[in-house]
Design a protein. Structure first.
Length: 71
């Protein structure tokens, strides 16, 4: 019974306030695309494009301090 009541309330709320959306099937039409290191994720981006580190690269002291600051 609880599940049914919750479903009915959610449907009533959605009908009154709107819900979901039309959305888009075209990623490039999105107005708020994610970014990595300030680079918008469009097309076929490489690690260099996104300024990602190579597997063999070492962290600089500044990068290490930034990572420690996240803990």
């Amino acid at each position: 019974m609880k599940g049914t009541a919750a479903w009915i309330l959610s449907m009533a709320y959605t009908k009154k306030h709107g819900g979901g959306g039309g959305g888009t099937s075209d990623y490039n039409a999105l107005s708020n695309r994610p970014k990595i290191n300030g680079v918008t994720l469009t097309g076929d981006r490489s690690a260099d494009d996104l300024e990602l580190m190579d597997e063999g690269s070492e962290l600089t002291p500044a990068q290490m301090s930034s990572l420690i600051g996240l803990l």
